[in-house]
Design a protein around this ligand. Structure first.
Ligand SMILES: CSC[C@H]1O[C@H](OP(=O)(O)O)[C@H](O)[C@@H]1O
Ligand code: HPA
Length: 245
């Protein structure tokens, strides 16, 4: 079976149940990855885990060294990535603690190092990104969710904002008009860089809160943490069922 990595984000800094056998603190030509790459046994299968924001959570979304993270995973021989990401819910189904397996993405970020192909000696390269998430991995996650008896949205568009601030109501309205179902801050360039290094990539978007303007009040971190607790527990069950299959 090809080597699998899990990238954990907000609410998933460590992978419970991972029996760590190796820690790799890599340095890459792109600088330092977010954290050590932890390789271990997760329910009988080898998994590499990376905490996207570091552990403890110290790196904001716009400062994550996505290139170092993806380069490091490639160096370790990873061929498949399941990314776990906290998001705000925009469309009707995307209520707090719900999980979506996105099939599309829109990039609203700026100023991030978003490609491996920009050095003087790099070839001009345009990777295909028609389907940003690997279909086979998406199907695996959807099947695993059904086995774990957890309802997920099998489709959805992830809109990636720059952060670290949350969005304004008008920005969320625009994103909804654009077709976004959920909003997060880390999906890009992570997904595109995975494609550039030829690693299959899919994501579980765990809804932490209704996006700005979708409810009366403002968004609080207390609310986010509460919903993430439940959502991440479900995400962990899906991961277990995915691994088992
Ligand atoms: C208000 S929490 C925002 C924070 O959470 C998400 O992180 P991740 O995608 O790594 O789970 C979001 O993208 C922001 O970075
Ligand atoms: O509302 C949000 N917006 C952007 N990213 C997020 N991550 C969790 N919630 C949100």
């Amino acid at each position: 079976m090809s080597k699998l990595a899990i990238i954990g984000g907000t609410g998933l800094m460590q992978l419970e149940g991972l029996k760590i056998v190796k820690r790799d603190a890599l340095t890459t030509p792109y600088g330092q990855p977010s954290a050590e790459f932890l390789t271990g046994d997760f329910h009988g299968h080898e998994v590499v885990f990376l905490a996207r924001h570091g552990n403890p959570h110290a790196i904001p979304p716009h400062k994550i060294n996505y290139r170092a993270n993806l380069f490091g995973l490639q160096q370790l021989g990873v061929e498949r990535i399941i990314a776990v990401a906290a998001v705000g819910g925009i469309t009707r189904e995307m209520e707090p603690a719900h999980i979506a397996i996105p099939d599309q993405i829109i990039d609203y970020t700026y100023g991030r190092h978003h490609t491996f192909f920009e050095g003087e000696n790099d070839p001009v390269t345009h990777v295909d990104f028609t389907y940003p998430y690997t279909q086979k991995l998406r199907t695996g996650l959807i099947t695993a969710a059904a086995k774990a008896d957890i309802r997920v949205s099998p489709l959805g568009t992830y809109g990636c904002t720059q952060g670290p601030r949350l969005e304004s109501t008008a920005e969320i309205r625009r994103m909804e008009r654009d077709g976004c179902d959920v909003v997060g801050m880390t999906g890009m360039p992570e997904a595109a860089l995975a494609r550039e290094v030829g690693i299959d990539y899919a994501a579980m978007a765990v809804v932490a809160n209704w996006a700005a303007g979708k409810t009366e009040g403002e968004i609080t971190m207390v609310e986010i943490e509460m919903h993430l607790h439940k959502g991440m527990a479900n995400a962990a069950e899906i991961l277990k069922a995915f691994i088992a299959a």
